[in-house]
Ligand binder design. Structure first.
Ligand code: ZN
Length: 308
């Protein structure tokens, strides 16, 4: 854009940047005079960003997805200083623990949560499917019919499918939505418990597979809790009022007596007390009331008689 002003004090970035490189460059247009400046990023936390169309080779596409994914993770981070992430991303040593200026430093990280039960059920469901194995690698171009049918029924299960299995299995997680599990999947991936199951790079893990480390975690029987900082999308998911994304889910909820009782109780408590209606005032007819004034003809004749 060629803006070369020294005293730009604030950059507002609307929408996910395509990479941290792009974000850094854009943010860097502020504060060239060496004084403090802000950069605010507005991004939709409930939607995984996509690549802008461009001509790219396969390698370039892979690289572009990796960069977009890094950027997405930077945005979802809630616990680590943003300046530190950026500086280290570009291969330099930050040297301080915190910048004390970014939102993560100023607001502080969210409360840690013990997500052991969630993490275990997540790994359990994925590993159950991984064991069935023999899933093909998702290349659909081998032209043999019987194989195509096999592919159809043995398609690689994706994160969305795993989440719906978890929600089917456990009433407790019925109201936990996909974006919350996406956040947990990133945390699990960062810890090395799951990895991407296909050859491609995705912004958000798509075909999770349990790693050896993940299996060890799953099988361990220690009492140790699994404390993590919830990521931005997880916080968003638990903050927004639970809406029911599909009719089937809504129906499922009502069929459960406990959920039905809770919902009815909630709607009963939320009900506004009815306002007492004021009794209608009786219309006072003026003393001069002339029954004829209620019709056009009557009013006309009254006027004419006045003129006389
Ligand atoms: Zn900071």
């Amino acid at each position: 854009m060629g803006i070369d002003k020294l005293n730009v004090r604030r950059i507002i970035h609307y929408g996910w940047p395509q990479s941290l490189e792009a974000y850094y460059q854009e943010a860097g247009r502020a504060g060239r005079d060496g004084k403090l400046a802000d950069c605010i990023l507005y991004a939709n936390l409930s939607r995984v960003p996509t690549l802008l169309p461009n001509r790219r080779s396969e390698d370039q596409t892979k690289q572009a997805y990796k960069m977009l994914s890094d950027c997405f993770r930077y945005g979802m981070n809630t616990s680590c200083c943003r300046a530190k992430i950026l500086v280290e991303y570009f291969g330099e040593d930050f040297g301080y623990g915190k910048c004390l200026l970014c939102d993560a430093c100023v607001d502080g990280p969210p409360d840690m949560q013990n997500l052991k039960e969630e993490a275990k059920i997540f790994l359990q469901v994925i590993s159950a499917y991984n064991v069935q194995s023999n899933f093909t690698d998702g290349s659909y171009d081998d032209g043999i019919n019987s194989d195509k049918i096999r592919h159809k029924f043995m398609e690689k299960p994706n994160l969305k499918m795993f989440v719906s299995i978890i929600r089917d299995q456990s009433q407790k997680f019925l109201a936990t939505d996909l974006i919350w599990w996406q956040g947990l999947a990133r945390i699990m991936e960062n810890k090395g418990y799951i990895r991407e199951g296909d050859e491609k790079v995705h912004v958000q893990i798509k075909f999770p597979e349990v790693t050896k480390l993940g299996l060890e975690f799953l099988q361990s029987e220690t009492e140790e809790s699994f404390n993590v900082y919830p990521e931005a999308d997880m916080l968003l998911s638990t903050k927004k009022s639970k809406c029911h994304s599909s009719f089937s889910e809504w129906g499922k909820g009502w069929a459960d007596p406990e959920i039905r009782r809770q919902r009815l109780e909630r709607s009963f408590n939320n009900r506004q007390p009815r306002k007492q209606r004021k009794p209608r005032k009786k219309r006072k007819w003026s003393r001069k009331f002339n029954p004829e004034s209620s019709t056009v003809r009557g009013r006309l004749s009254a006027k004419l008689s006045k003129k006389k």
